[in-house]
Design a protein around this ligand. Sequence first.
Ligand code: HEC
Length: 137
Amino acid sequence: MRRGWPFTAVLALLPVLTLLAALAQSTFAQFTPEAALEHGRTLYTGTCASCHGLHGEGAGMPGLGIPRIDAGGTAPQLSDIDLTLLIRNGAGAMPGVGGTWSQEDVASVITLLRSWWTPERQAAGAGPQTQTQTKTP
Ligand code: HEC
């Protein structure tokens, strides 16, 4: 029967489509913004907080010239590419993670950093200009 063809084809493809849908769901389930934030926080706390402080305030390891990376510093001006290269390769006294982190790891930490850098916080935070102004009466 000619008319039966498409129907049979769809029926035959159904298990494949179901499998693909399930795979897509399980893959994307790991990359919800909440999951990325949580993953980023775990990585940041273990790898970055000792130098930059738990919330990027730059409170760790005095003497190394460690910048704050919260909304009050210059870090929010960096692009995702800048941040990725910096986290991978390091800079100055900052060690890079090299190839030990997956791209998802790097992106998750950037997601965390960006969650600190809301426009509201940048406006309210002690930005570079604000810091200069308060220091120079
Ligand atoms: C050993 C201490 C140390 C560790 C660990 C470290 N950093 Fe840094 N970080 C620094 C220093 C020092 C600089 C300034 C680098 C330079 O000289 O340009 C810096 C710079 C930065 C900047 C740029 C700030 C700006 O205003 O341009 C960002 C963003 C940053 N670090 C994020 C991270 C992240 C994310 C991690 C964890 C993956 C991390 N750092 C781990 C010491 C550290």
